[in-house]
Ligand binder design. Structure first.
Ligand code: SAM
Length: 241
């Protein structure tokens, strides 16, 4: 990583209240692995160092706002992790948390697995699959303390995919761009339908870049009816609200 890239990472992390000096070598290694893999397979549209540092690394770290992912031994499922975001940056700074990054695209999970191994992130267990399938699998349903997702789907869809996988009292932490009143309203109704309640809507701007982001937190306050999640693809094609 160039000195300019390091400065952006330091500044971005500092604005989030984090000091990543000790973890810098791992971020440098992740950057190199991502750039190298992206030259062979199309993993992410972001290609420049500053874009990867700010829009992948710092953006992913912003999921730590509110402290919902702090806690030794927490089991966190990352739905639609793509090339490992937000999981990989979060696992670098929170090695005590157990992350399961999930994506339906094998080549993306192959990258996440090899990066986690290269970085010795032993708390990361990547999985290929769909959230709808996992949500009906007794080995996964109601077993996670947290579900995170970044840039995956509209809030009503995320509620249907995420809530079945949470233990009672667990939290879905959805990182999104600016969110409309309409999406939020639909998300609140969908959350109610699947046993959740929107407890936090944290609108903020991304460090350095100033882009608008929203962290929406949904708490699992009751059981999710057995009929959810519906079969693969249906939550996207026919959102609950
Ligand atoms: N979270 C990553 C990020 O922020 O860079 C990737 C975002 S990408 C726009 C959305 C990803 O979600 C894709 O890789 C897609 O394969 C995955 N995805 C969408 N719906 C999914 C589902 N139901 N189950 C598993 N993965 C899903």
């Amino acid at each position: 990583m160039t000195p300019e890239g390091q400065a952006l990472l330091d500044q971005g992390a500092a604005e989030l209240g984090l000091n990543v000096e000790e973890q810098l070598p791992r971020f440098e290694q992740l950057l190199a692995l991502l750039v190298e893999a992206n030259s062979r397979v199309n993993l992410t549209a972001l290609k420049t160092e500053s874009d990867i540092v700010l829009k992948h690394f710092v953006d992913s770290l912003s999921c730590l706002r509110g402290g919902h992912l702090d806690g030794s031994g927490l089991r966190v499922l990352d739905i639609g992790t793509g090339a490992g975001f937000p999981t990989l940056p979060l696992a670098i700074v929170r090695p005590e948390v157990a992350f399961t990054p999930l994506d339906s695209i094998r080549k993306k999970i192959d990258f996440v697995r090899s990066a986690a191994e290269a970085l010795n992130l032993t708390g990361v267990t990547p999985l290929v699959g769909r959230a709808e399938t996992l949500g009906r699998d007794p080995d996964h349903r109601e077993t996670y303390d947290r579900v995170v997702c970044r840039a995956v789907a509209a809030l009503p869809i995320l509620a249907e995919l995420g809530l079945p996988l949470l233990k009672p009292g667990g939290l879905l932490v959805a990182q999104k761009g600016p969110i409309s009143e309409e999406e939020l309203h639909a998300g609140r109704r969908a959350a109610g339908e699947v046993g959740g309640r929107v407890t936090e809507v944290d609108a903020f701007t991304l460090p350095v870049l100033g882009d608008a982001r929203t962290l929406v937190v949904i708490e699992k306050v009751g059981p999710t009816p057995k009929k959810y999640p519906r079969r693969e693809g249906v939550p996207n094609q026919q959102p609950l609200f």
